[in-house]
Design a protein around this ligand. Structure first.
Ligand code: FRU
Length: 503
């Protein structure tokens, strides 16, 4: 009897010990790692942003979501809304898997002309177009397990009904056949879909979002082919009275700093085929942690992009407990010409400028990050630096545990970098603790850079967003000190500063 009682007592203690340890890890991870400005799901797993559209003053963000686990699994479309793309409100799950399959990535459009007949011209329906992935089909070794389906919403994106005649595009027997991004093409008066197909994209057109005709393929001999193409996007940008068509496509693996990344092509789209102006492979972001990004629908000429701030190399192993992954900060995209080549630039200032903050000049080149008067304990910083004559520099953020993240410019190779080798916890994956490089694209003598730091991420925008790097990290206590190493004392004196945001 005594042995039984002892055994029960022992089991209960072990159970409570495990429970307390798990609770502690969860609490520590919440306190240390959950960003303040970047969207994260309340709980569960998140990957790609999906179906983003803007209507009546509200930005809708859907996302690949496994609500019951912190690793990838049965995919739903989670949902969040915002009026400024910075403060988010999580909404109930938008679209659930059904017997056709899980709900993979895709897009959403406002059907203003009621082409699909799900709404009226006065009250347009929102149509979501996405891939349904059939797990049973995949397990049985079939090749046609990814098909394109649609769902519609008559209440501006809060509740959704599946179209009864799904799928709208049947798989022709190709394993990787997914992630439809749909736009309205005014000149041909049709919907255009760009779809990732193995390691290229295909274009389809439709008058009503239900019947689709294949138009063409792009990419067999363009860009990187070191992995599968995923989550493409197609949009128009105006610059200097000229119109450019931009085609983006994420690729995994094959990114410039390994694993997942997004390449882009600038050229022309005539409603049927896309032609690129250049053979050069260009990357939206050279960091390791900006994937599957696409632009918001229904925002007029303004093109706003947001990506998943992680990398398939380690996304399912990072040390957060209740939730996994954040989205990047929203970025406005533009075009810039450098020596006859056109490039995309990305800028987040529009979303940061309006936030309350305390600005500090660090004319001595170093300082403390958290000696402001703000009592709210927000640890969110924008660090900026400008030079008339670009010279090598390294900016370091560090804590009292010897952990530090460094970023800057290396003139011997003309590259920007982020070094997260000693930034904090990294034992979850051997590829994590490395230094990442990005080419300097600008040829100007002067430079202006800024970086946004939000607990577990750094987004580094150089030369007005011509070179961008996004990396995540997991310091075991918040960074409290900042310093710059550079010979350009004059630039440090006048142009090295940080904003400490107050929420
Ligand atoms: C990209 C991706 C997509 C797919 C989704 C599944 O990260 O692999 O191609 O639709 O994730 O969650």
């Amino acid at each position: 009897m005594r042995a039984i009682i002892n055994y029960i007592f022992f089991s209960i203690s072990i159970f409570s010990f495990k429970y307390i340890v798990a609770q502690d890890t969860a609490q520590i991870s919440e306190q240390l790692y959950r960003p303040q400005l970047h969207y994260t799901p309340t709980k569960g797993w998140m990957n790609d942003p999906n179906g983003m559209f803007y209507k009546d003053g509200i930005y809708h963000l859907y996302f690949q979501h496994n609500p019951d686990s912190n690793v990838w699994g049965p995919m739903h479309w989670g949902h969040a809304t915002s009026i400024d793309l910075i403060n988010w409100k999580q909404q109930p799950i938008a679209i659930y898997p059904d017997n056709i399959g899980m709900i993979f990535s895709g897009s959403a459009v406002v059907d203003e002309k009621n082409t699909a007949g799900f709404g009226t011209k006065n009250k347009p329906a929102i149509i979501a177009i996405f891939t349904q992935h059939n797990m049973e089909g995949e397990k049985l070794g079939r090749t046609d397990f990814q098909n394109q389906s649609i769902a519609y919403s008559n209440d501006n994106g809060y509740t959704w009904k599946m179209y009864k005649a799904n799928p709208v595009i049947k798989n022709p027997g190709i394993k990787d056949f997914r992630d439809p991004k749909v736009i309205w093409h005014e000149p041909t008066h049709k919907w255009i879909m760009v779809l990732a197909v193995k390691n290229k994209v295909s274009f389809y057109s439709s008058p009503n979002l239900k019947e689709w005709t294949k138009e063409s393929d792009f990419g067999a001999s363009m860009g990187s082919h070191d992995g599968v193409w995923e989550c493409p996007d197609l949009f128009m940008l105006n610059s200097n009275h000229q119109t450019y068509w931009v085609l983006t496509s994420s690729i995994n693996p094959g990114g410039p700093n390994k694993g997942s990344a997004t390449q882009y092509f600038i050229g022309n789209f005539d409603g049927h085929t896309f032609t690129s102006h250049s053979k050069k492979t260009k990357w939206m972001d050279y960091g390791a942690d900006n994937y599957a990004g696409v632009t918001w629908s229904n925002t007029g000429a303004e093109k706003i992009s947001m990506g998943w701030m992680s990398n398939w190399m380690y996304a399912q192993q990072v040390p957060t407990v209740n939730w996994r992954s954040a989205m990047t900060i929203p970025r406005n995209l533009s075009i810039q010409n450098i020596n006859g080549e056109t490039y995309l630039t990305a800028d987040a200032n529009k979303y940061l400028n309006g936030l309350p903050k305390i600005t500090k000049n660090l004319s001595s080149g170093y300082g403390s990050l958290n000696d402001n008067k703000d009592k709210s304990n927000v640890k969110l910083y924008k660090i900026s630096f400008k030079e008339n004559n670009l010279s090598p520099f390294t900016i370091s953020l560090s804590n009292n545990k010897g952990e530090h993240i460094d970023f800057g410019y290396d003139s011997t190779i003309n590259q920007f970098f982020i070094d997260r080798t000693d930034a904090g916890v990294h034992d979850f994956n051997s590829e994590f603790a490395v230094k990442h490089f990005a080419p300097r694209i600008s040829i100007s003598k002067s430079t202006s850079i800024y970086a946004l730091i939000d607990k577990t991420s750094i987004e580094f925008f150089a030369d007005n967003g011509l070179t961008v790097m996004t990396d995540i990290f997991f310091s075991t206590s918040p960074y409290s000190k900042i310093k710059i190493v550079s010979n350009n004392k004059e630039a440090i004196k006048t142009n090295f500063k940080f904003d400490s945001f107050i929420k």
